[in-house]
Every structure is written in C-alpha cells, then in structure tokens.
Design a protein around this ligand. Structure first.
Ligand SMILES: Cc1cc2nc3c(=O)[nH]c(=O)nc-3n(C[C@H](O)[C@H](O)[C@H](O)COP(=O)(O)O)c2cc1C
Length: 243
C-alpha cells in the first residue's frame, strides 16, 4: 500500500491526490440527487428514450462539419433526437458517482437544463425542465413561448423560427460556495463545455444549432417560470433540422 501510494505521488503529485480525496468526500456528502433549484408545479413527467451510444459519423467529422445554423427545416425533430441532445448536454455517464458528459469544477454541477418547445414530435408546446437523474422531462408550462424567447434574445429571428431551444441556467452558489469569485468563471467555462457537446451532438444527428449568448436574463427567467429563484439563464441553443 505504502509502495503504491509513493508511486502514485511520484507520478501524479499531491494536487491530484487531494482532488481525488475531495471527490470521494463529495460523493459521501451528496447522494447524487440533483438539488432542486426552483419550486414549480410539474404538470406531468415525460420519459425520454434511452440515448444511443454509437453514431454513423465520427467525432472528427462532426468537428469538421459543425457550423452555427440559423435557418431550420419545418420538419419537427423527434423525441429521440431531443433525448440525445439533452443527454449530450448533461446526461449521467458515471458508474459509481453521477458524473456527467461534460466536466464540472469539483463536480459541483451548477447548470440546469431547460427546453422551450414549439414543434417536437411527441411533445406538447411548452417549457420543460430536464431531470438528469431519471433522464426525463418535467412539463412545467403549457404554450408556445418561442416568440417571447426570441424577444428576450434581442429579437433574434432564429430563436422564433427554431422548432425548440435548449436553455442553460446557472445556480452560481453551487460552485462559488467552494471556489469563491473564481467559481463564477468556472460556471461559464462549464456552460462552454456543455454548449460544445450540444453543438457536436446536433451535428452527429444531422441537426443544427447556434449558441446564443445575447439574452435578457430576467425575461428568459419569466418564460421559464423561475423568477425569484436562485437560477439565472446563461446560454441558449435553438435547434432544428437543416433546411
Ligand atoms: C459565447 C457565444 C455567444 C454567441 N452569441 C450569439 C448570439 O447571440 N447570436 C448568434 O446568432 N450567434 C451567437 N454566437 C455564435 C457565433 O456568432 C458563431 O459561433 C461565430 O460566428 C462562428 O461561427 P460558427 O459557429 O459557425 O463557427 C455566439 C457564440 C458564442 C461562443
């Protein structure tokens, strides 16, 4: 054991060991349930199809082809495609601890994922919250909020025209409580990781998206129904089939 520890220390150093210890302590403190950051009536819960773990397109091809898409075919994406995008964004991939598809500073997971639906096969128009632990959607609000979301994004037309939009919100305290003000930057770095996962997964599905940072936080919070909660909208991703 001592020999093993010495070898580990030589090869990786104290920082790596302390980071592992921190994650083990964290795993003990946190049972893996995502903390509820809002209190909202859930109209119903929609089970999502299991994500596929293979693709006909390589990672390199997806990287090569990815381009921001601002025009979409009127053909509605399928529920399976939505499931795949949400899983790529924040799905659980850890075996012993609920680590996710995207890295997170100290596994603090400050981001929540929402879906504003206009036309998706198998989903009513409305606002949905992605429940990561069960890979399902909580139906939070009924109605087509795409125009309102477009108005809240400095009237960007692609937000109105896209069949649906993924919205990332942040609960900053989850990360800043541990890392102080630098934690605020970590939240944005993480949103970038999640965003790239969404972009590449969209490409692999033959869909397209565009990262949209120009949003009025308060107006988007109103659409989601999270005004007054500790969640702040950060980044949105309208998506759809290529025209
Ligand atoms: C942080 C960030 C914010 C962005 N905000 C917007 C936006 O509000 N509206 C928009 O149409 N595109 C937005 N974009 C997309 C960029 O315009 C786009 O990535 C850039 O033109 C490069 O093109 P490409 O994505 O096709 O490579 C944003 C991209 C990033 C990374």
């Amino acid at each position: 054991m001592e020999h093993y520890l010495n070898r580990l220390l030589e090869s990786r150093g104290w920082h790596f060991i302390s980071y592992c210890l921190l994650l083990i302590i964290l795993a003990g403190c946190n049972s893996g349930q995502a903390p509820k950051a809002y209190s909202q009536t859930v109209l119903s819960e929609v089970a999502l199809p299991q994500p596929r773990l293979s693709s006909s397109i390589s990672l390199e091809e997806a990287l090569l082809k990815r381009r921001s898409l601002r025009e979409y075919s009127p053909r509605p994406p399928e529920l399976a495609e939505v499931s795949q995008l949400l899983w790529a964004a924040q799905g659980i991939t850890g075996k012993d601890y609920p680590f996710r598809t995207a890295p997170s500073a100290g596994a603090t997971y400050p981001l929540e994922t929402w879906l504003v639906v206009g036309t998706i096969t198998g989903l009513e128009p409305g606002v949905y919250h992605y429940k990561i632990a069960s890979h399902s959607l909580e139906f939070a609000k009924r109605g087509d909020f795409r125009e309102a979301l477009s108005n809240a994004s400095v009237f960007q037309q692609h937000v109105k025209l896209a069949p649906a939009t993924i919205v990332l919100t942040a609960v900053y305290e989850r990360t800043t409580e541990r890392y102080g003000t630098r934690g605020g930057m970590y939240v944005y770095m993480e949103a970038g990781h999640v965003g790239q996962n969404i972009c590449l997964q969209a490409e692999a599905l033959g869909l397209g998206t565009v990262p949209v940072g120009a949003v009025d936080e308060q107006a988007v919070a109103e659409i989601l129904g999270i005004t007054g909660s500790n969640q702040v909208p950060v980044y949105i991703f309208p998506f759809g089939h290529k025209p």
